[in-house]
Design a protein around this ligand. Structure first.
Ligand SMILES: [Zn+2]
Length: 289
């Protein structure tokens, strides 16, 4: 064998490291749309989740009209969408007319959501049910899960209770049906909680001991990060996420969250914070995870 000149060694080593990184690490491109709405892109897949809505309830971020138009018209980066995902039918996640319109314009694109959400959209858009070939209904029972393959992606929907909103001792959200999604996009495991608090995890865990997901990216309702540390630890022990994206932060609280970001990073080193709609970030997931 020919001796390798000594001066070449560092270059060879660098080449080897780069080759390994390029060959084995995975990546996820995340574009923040508004509230809990995101465009996610992996090597071969692109999905929208909780993205078609325009109701702020006077408090939450909504997508720009131009963004909604670009989505409807498949203008890049919103071209070639594999599937629409919807966690629940609150109007700061779901506008039935916009979803109906999207399915009309994109007859090959499936909508992944629960029966209650489909019924809600159908109630608002008479005839929506005629698009049922595009429906990929996932309706787990409360504290159960169901699986489906959608456009080549493994999807699990968890029936995790929508966060509680008490008024005069009555939970105003007791009828709301939320699903949290686990989506495998080219080997990148993504969890999107929808609107839940850690107590939803405790309920699921009580029935499914040893629940363990090993996710790469966890999109979490922001108040989960401020929950009781023990309950939050339970959530993070299940998800073990490399990256955490807090969602649903009201625009009036963004500055406050930005200010405590360095503090949060000590606790959650992989926290990724989106402040402005259409901000994007490419998350790299090393292979040794
Ligand atoms: Zn909600």
């Amino acid at each position: 064998m020919l001796p390798i000149p000594r001066f070449l060694l560092p270059f060879l080593l660098l080449a080897l490291v780069c080759f390994n990184a390029a060959g084995q690490s995975k990546s996820l491109n995340v574009t923040y749309i508004a509230n809990e709405g995101f465009l996610l892109r992996s090597d071969h897949h692109k999905v929208l989740i909780d993205a078609l809505f325009d109701e702020s309830y006077g408090a939450f971020a909504v997508p720009d009209k131009a963004v909604l138009q670009n989505i409807q018209q498949s203008v890049a980066p919103f071209d070639s969408i594999d599937a629409l995902f919807l966690t629940h039918y609150h109007k700061d996640h779901c506008n039935p007319v916009l979803i109906n319109q999207y399915l009309d314009k994109h007859p090959a694109t499936p909508l992944v959501t629960s029966k209650p959400s489909l019924v809600f959209i159908d109630g608002d858009c008479f005839g929506f049910v005629t698009k049922q070939t595009q429906f990929r209904e996932m309706t787990p029972a409360a504290n159960q899960s169901v699986n489906k393959t959608v456009a080549g992606m493994q999807v699990t929907a968890y029936g995790l209770k929508h966060l509680t909103y008490l008024r005069n001792g009555i939970d105003l959200e007791q009828y709301m049906f939320n699903i949290s999604f686990l989506i495998d996009m080219d080997g990148v495991k993504i969890f999107h909680s929808g609107d839940i608090m850690p107590e939803a995890f405790s309920r699921y865990l009580a029935l499914h001991k040893g629940w363990n997901l090993h996710t790469d990216v966890a999109f979490l309702y922001y108040k989960m990060l401020e929950a009781d540390p023990k309950e939050l630890k339970q959530v993070l022990d299940v998800l073990r996420p490399r990256y955490i994206v807090p969602m649903h932060i009201p625009p009036t609280e963004i500055a406050q969250w930005q200010a405590k970001l360095s503090e949060l990073k000590k606790q959650f080193p992989g926290i990724i914070f989106f402040a402005q709609p259409m901000e994007k970030e490419t998350l790299t997931i090393p292979s040794n995870k």
